[in-house]
Design a protein around this ligand. Structure first.
Ligand code: SF4
Ligand code: FES
Length: 362
């Protein structure tokens, strides 16, 4: 069998070799860090996804070695494959930064911004995206969309006003079940997720739609309003499950299991799909073999307060802009609050007064 040829692609001044057929987004993910465009609808674990939200737009400043002309419009990096010698600009392009701001504004036009009461707050991709690229105010003067409430089953709560129509849940249901479970009805700003015949989504893997939803449109009814995610501790655990791999993440407080989800990777994507029984019905520590604190490998509010197993963010900004950014500073150079010899990220559990200088905390 002949080997897949390799193509050289440069993204934000960093060059990498990737197999032909790789999308720009996946090539950027191989580099990692700030070079990676955000993705609100693409999901690498699904056969079909992407091309809906436009958050992953990038500028192709050189098409390829053979045809170096730039692409006239910004392209969706999740749907565009690399060419040999291609040059791409993500955060180094003013056009991209400006377009992304516009996309975020568009996604937020109809969003209720009810983060203070939303269960997804703290782990919401839209919240992170707005924090990075959103504007403070809104120019929108009309009433936001409202919908008739629809009950889509005993386990999953649908908040249609929060939906960004990314199609991830529809594609997940289509791929994990034998029949189509739900879909998007109507067009334009009337579009809505529905079970079509008003039927509950009762497939034994359907709970996974909660994990793939990038916003709080689909949430877990067994966890609703019980706790804020940043107050719970993620722990990896497993059980001998006849339906799925049984490898999950428990969200605990003390000995109480508040929520069970699939384990997620650094792109906030599910590693292995889990069944409804593991997710909704096994809420006691005795149901699980606890492996230990989960590795938090994405920069998120969830990593706050977890001093073990938190991976440092992958920072490549110096390579992107050709110099060290001025914003990064050594806190010890300007502050005497904590002792430099104590690495706060390496102490187990929360920091105590002993870890700080006596004369400062008095
Ligand atoms: S409910 Fe969530 S996953 Fe489904 S289309 Fe809306 S935002 Fe996407
Ligand atoms: S992630 Fe590419 S269009 Fe949504």
């Amino acid at each position: 069998m002949s080997e897949t040829p390799k193509f050289k692609v440069t993204i934000d001044n960093i060059t990498i070799e990737v197999p032909a057929g790789t999308t720009i987004l996946n090539a950027a993910r191989m580099i990692g860090g700030d070079v990676t465009p955000p993705a609100m609808c693409y999901y690498s674990k699904l056969k079909e996804s992407g091309g809906k939200c436009r958050t992953c737009l990038v500028e192709v400043s050189k098409g390829s070695e053979k045809d170096p002309r730039p692409m006239p419009k910004l392209v969706a990096s999740c749907r565009t494959t690399v060419m040999d010698g291609m040059e791409v600009k993500n955060i180094t392009s003013e056009r991209v930064v400006d377009a992304r701001k516009g996309v975020v504004e568009m996604l937020l036009i109809n969003h209720p911004l009810d983060c203070p009461v939303c269960d997804q707050a703290g782990e919401c991709d839209l919240q992170d995206l707005s924090y990075e690229h959103g504007s403070e105010g809104t120019r929108y003067e009309f009433d936001r969309r409202t919908f008739e409430k629809e009950d889509i089953g005993p386990y999953i709560q649908l908040h249609m006003t929060r939906c960004i129509l990314c199609y991830r849940c529809v594609n997940t249901a289509k791929e994990l079940t034998n029949r189509r479970e739900h879909g998007i009805l109507e067009r334009g700003d009337h579009s809505e997720i529905s079970t079509l015949l008003g039927k509950a989504l009762d497939n034994e893997f359907i709970g996974n739609v909660i994990d793939v939803c990038p916003v709080g449109a689909l949430t877990d009814k067994t966890f609703r309003f019980k706790n804020r995610v940043w107050f719970t501790k993620p722990m990896d655990a497993h059980r001998d499950c006849p339906t799925c791999s049984g490898k999950v993440r428990l969200w605990m407080r003390g000995d109480e299991v508040y929520r069970v989800t699939a384990r997620k990777d650094q792109w906030n994507e599910v590693e292995e799909w889990i069944c409804n029984e593991c997710r909704f019905e096994k809420k006691e520590t005795k149901d699980w073999v606890i492996e230990g604190p989960s590795k938090v490998s994405r920069t998120s509010v969830i990593s706050q307060g977890h001093y073990v197993n938190t991976e440092k963010p992958h920072i490549l900004i110096d390579k992107v802009i050709g110099k060290q950014p001025k914003l990064l500073m050594d806190i010890h150079a300007i502050s005497e609050v904590n002792r430099p010899e104590i690495k706060l990220s390496e102490i187990e559990g929360p920091a105590h007064s002993d870890d700080f200088k006596d004369d400062v905390i008095k």
